[in-house]
Design a protein around this ligand. Structure first.
Ligand SMILES: Cc1ncc(COP(=O)(O)O)c(C=O)c1O
Length: 470
């Protein structure tokens, strides 16, 4: 039976509702939006137990880079499965972890390395925060124990990561439990005042950061940010000038810079690491002190998260005293299967010239989405690398916009989950001209369905229709 205004539940989704507590879900409403019972994946497609297919527009929460059940990653995993699925990484090591650490370090020209493996994104952030503080402690600066993060930033949902996250729906209930952090202005380019460019906004945000660091740097261990795109808040994009300024300020005020590349790494913004775009042409590369990487690194197969650090951070832990080492650990740290999947992902980047081909793919989808650029119902159409986003203007939203959009998308073979009023696409790196045209057509049709419904169905209209303000 469909729930009120919702969808039919298949037998798998009905069993799931009874047995599974789903993430990021108000379970009381879940019957109206039953989970899709997915039984198979192939390329960008997911197939449910009712035989319907869906295009995975967000690469399954931004992890799946080369489509589902990719033949080359499958083959690597099958080989690893028969050889060594897992061994603990304390007192032991294994070739996939070593090779992965070596290759990732090489991608930074050797500036970052000593890969510390974690088990999920939030734990990578915890590690980076603990490492920053402990690094200053070991250097005789125990007062440096505070963290700076950006408004609208998202770094995961364990207590430490949530303390540097500014997305109310995830954070507010737990606020009494969280350590205090400094939140500074986001460089989100959508905040541009009349006449201001994205660079101007970035510099304005950098000035706010400088004011805090000038006053408080003796107490600040690290600044954490998502380079170029604040994803979970709604794909808020900023000018790389902010990253340059942040790097310079962190150097000046002796504050470590943590780049959370969990969502934006692995080519998502056009370069392998988003932070690479901070460097101006012809200048020597600038890097953060710590990089958290995950999601796409294992191609959407297995959880694998890691922290890369610069030598000066790593060296602060070298001592005869065990307690001055970084003793953090998780049981599945550096899982061999996950590392092997990541090596297959890196192979694909090299063998298929993925970054160059993504530039072509991005042009195709941007062209197919052109009608959005002049659509008066939306604003802030934006794109970087393999991320596209736009915001539906308030007067057109109606009630429960994101949920209705998601459900309407299912009717058109799209698995799509807007964030508030932001609709975004973060597809796997498999787009062709034909797929781009199909995807754009279905997206535009879904938008039309949902926005017209807001005005015609009283259940969905929580305000009278108004013309857009600009
Ligand atoms: C930028 C960023 N940091 C951290 C995380 C947390 O990762 P996980 O969900 O694996 O804990 C996410 C997840 O979306 C993220 O986007």
């Amino acid at each position: 039976m469909p729930g009120a205004g919702g969808m039919s539940a298949t037998s798998l989704s009905r069993r799931s509702l009874a047995a599974v507590w789903h993430p990021c879900t108000q379970m009381q409403r879940a019957a109206s939006v039953p989970p899709l019972g997915i039984v198979r994946g192939e390329g960008p497609w997911l197939f449910d137990d009712a035989g319907q297919r869906y295009f995975d527009t967000s690469s399954s929460w931004w992890v799946n880079l080369f489509g589902h059940a990719d033949a080359r990653i499958n083959a690597a995993l099958k080989d690893q499965l028969d050889t060594l699925p897992h061994v603990m990484l304390a007192g032991c090591t294994h070739a996939p972890a070593v090779e992965l650490a070596e290759r990732l370090s090489a991608l930074t020209g050797g500036v970052l390395g000593h890969c510390f493996f974690a088990s999920d994104g939030a734990s990578a952030v915890e590690i980076a925060l603990k490492m920053s503080f402990h690094h200053w402690l070991n250097r005789g600066r125990p007062a440096k124990r505070e963290f700076v993060c950006l408004r609208q930033g998202y770094h995961g949902e364990t207590l430490g990561a949530l303390a540097v996250t500014d997305v109310a729906v995830f954070r507010d209930a737990y606020d009494p439990l969280l350590m205090r952090s400094h939140q500074v202005m986001s460089p989100d380019a959508r905040q541009a005042l009349p006449g201001e460019s994205a660079t101007d906004v970035a510099l304005r945000a950098a000035a706010a950061l400088e004011a805090l660091l000038a006053e408080r740097h003796e107490h600040i261990a690290a600044l954490i940010l998502e380079p170029l795109v604040q994803g979970a808040t709604g794909m808020a994009m900023h000018d790389p000038a902010y990253l340059r300024a942040a790097r310079a300020l962190c150097d000046e005020y002796e504050v470590l810079l943590i780049a959370d590349e969990i969502a934006v790494g692995c080519g998502r913004t056009g370069t392998f690491f988003a932070f690479e775009q901070a460097t101006l042409p012809g200048q020597s590369l600038i890097w953060p002190d710590l990089v958290c990487l995950s999601k796409g690194i294992s191609g959407g197969y297995l959880p694998l998260y890691l922290v890369l650090s610069q030598g000066r951070v790593y060296e602060a832990f070298l001592d005869d005293d065990v307690a001055r080492g970084f003793l953090h650990s998780h049981s599945y740290t550096g899982n061999a299967l996950a590392c092997r999947a990541a090596l297959a992902v890196l192979d694909r980047f090299e063998q298929d010239d993925v970054l160059a081909r993504n530039r072509e793919r991005a042009k195709l989808l941007t062209k197919a989405l052109e009608p959005l650029q002049t659509d008066a119902r939306i604003e802030h159409f934006r794109q970087i690398g393999m991320i596209w986003a736009f915001d539906v203007r308030e007067p057109f939203l109606g009630a429960r916009f994101a949920e209705r959009f998601h459900l309407a998308g299912r009717e058109r073979e799209l698995l799509i989950r807007p964030i508030g009023r932001t609709v975004y696409l973060m597809p796997p790196y498999v787009l062709t001209g034909e797929l781009s045209a199909w995807l754009a057509g279905r997206l535009l049709a879904t938008l039309d369905d949902v926005l017209s419904q807001a005005f015609t169905d009283p259940d969905h209209a929580d305000r009278p229709p108004e013309p857009p303000t600009a």
